[in-house]
Design a binder for this molecule. Structure first.
Ligand SMILES: NC(=O)c1ccc[n+]([C@@H]2O[C@H](COP(=O)([O-])OP(=O)(O)OC[C@H]3O[C@@H](n4cnc5c(N)ncnc54)[C@H](OP(=O)(O)O)[C@@H]3O)[C@@H](O)[C@H]2O)c1
Length: 233
C-alpha cells in the first residue's frame, strides 16, 4: 500500500505517518519547504515532497501511484488554501485511491448536526476574528468539504472533536451527526484521530461518510457502549 500524507509535518500529519509506517505502508509526505525538518525522525523511511499543499504540481507528483491519500485540511490565510488543497488531491489522485480528509465538527454534510450554544458562539466569534486578521478563513474549509462531498472520488471526511495529546486509547467511535449522545464528551486524543484516518483507508464502510469522532474511552462513548444512552433515531 502506498500512501500520501498531505500536511505531513503537522501534529496530526506526523501521527498519521507513524501509523502508516507501523502498518508497513510506503509513505510520501507533503509539507511546506520550511517544515521539512519536522519530518527528520522519518529520514530514510519516507519520501518527502516539499511545497505548499495547494500547489497542484506538488500534489500531482506526490499522489502519483498512491492507493490512499490522507489530507489535513487547514484553512490558513484567506486565499482558499484548504479548497485548493482538496481540489488538487481530488484532481490528481488515481481514480481508485481512497481519499481521507480531516476537519472539525463544525463541518456539516447534510445540515442535520445539532450544535450547542457554546460551540456555535465559538465558531462564530473565532471565525470572524480570524478572518479579520486574515489568518484563517473557516469558510474555506467549508468550501473544501463541499467540493469533496460533491465529488465522485472514494472519499471520507473525518470530523474531529476537540483534541488532546496523550497516549493512544484505541480507535475512536463515531456517529453521523454531532449532537448524537455518543459524541457528547467532545474529546479525542490526537494520536487516535490519526489512527481513525489511517484505518479509514481500508474500511470501505466509510466511503462517502463524514464520521464525527470521539475518544472510545470518553464518558459518552462508555455510556453508549453500556447501553445507558439511546442510539440516534
Ligand atoms: N486543533 C483542534 O482542536 C482540532 C479540533 C478538531 C479538528 N481539527 C482538525 O484537525 C486537523 C489538524 O489539526 P491540528 O490542530 O492537529 O493541526 P496540525 O496537525 O498541527 O496541522 C497544522 C497544519 O497546518 C499547516 N500550517 C500551519 N501554518 C500554516 C500556514 N501559515 N500556511 C499553510 N499551512 C500551515 C502545518 O504545516 P507546517 O508543519 O508546515 O506548519 C500543518 O500541516 C485539521 O483538519 C483540523 O481542522 C483540529
Amino acid at each position: 500500500m502506498k500512501v500520501c500524507v498531505v500536511g505531513a509535518s503537522g501534529k496530526l500529519g506526523r501521527y498519521m505517518v507513524r501509523h502508516a509506517l507501523d502498518r508497513g505502508y510506503e509513505v510520501v509526505g507533503v509539507c511546506r519547504e520550511r517544515s521539512v525538518g519536522k519530518l527528520g525522525e522519518f529520514a530514510g523511511r519516507i519520501t518527502v515532497v516539499p511545497g505548499a499543499t495547494d500547489d497542484r504540481e506538488v500534489i500531482r507528483r506526490a499522489v502519483a501511484g498512491c492507493d490512499g491519500v490522507l489530507t489535513v485540511l487547514v484553512p490558513w490565510g484567506v486565499k482558499g488554501y484548504s479548497a485548493g488543497t482538496a481540489q488538487a488531491v481530488m484532481d490528481h489522485a488515481p481514480a481508485a485511491a481512497r481519499l481521507v480528509f480531516s476537519c472539525g465538527w463544525h463541518i456539516t454534510r447534510d445540515g442535520q448536526d445539532v450544535y450547542g450554544l457554546r460551540f456555535r458562539a465559538f465558531v462564530k466569534i473565532f471565525g470572524r476574528l480570524a478572518r479579520l486578521v486574515r489568518a484563517v478563513d473557516i469558510n474555506d474549509q467549508v468550501e473544501a468539504c463541499r467540493r469533496v462531498f460533491a465529488s465522485n472520488t472514494r472519499w471520507t471526511v473525518v470530523r474531529g472533536s476537540d483534541l488532546e495529546e496523550g497516549e493512544s486509547q484505541g480507535l475512536p467511535v463515531w456517529s453521523r451527526h454531532v449532537g448524537d449522545p455518543i459524541l457528547k464528551s467532545n474529546l479525542t486524543r490526537r494520536v487516535d484521530f490519526a489512527l481513525f484516518m489511517v484505518e479509514a483507508l481500508v474500511n470501505d464502510e466509510l466511503v462517502h461518510e463524514a464520521p464525527a469522532i470521539v475518544g472510545c474511552r470518553t464518558p459518552s462513548a462508555r455510556a453508549y457502549a453500556a447501553g445507558l444512552t439511546r442510539p440516534p433515531a
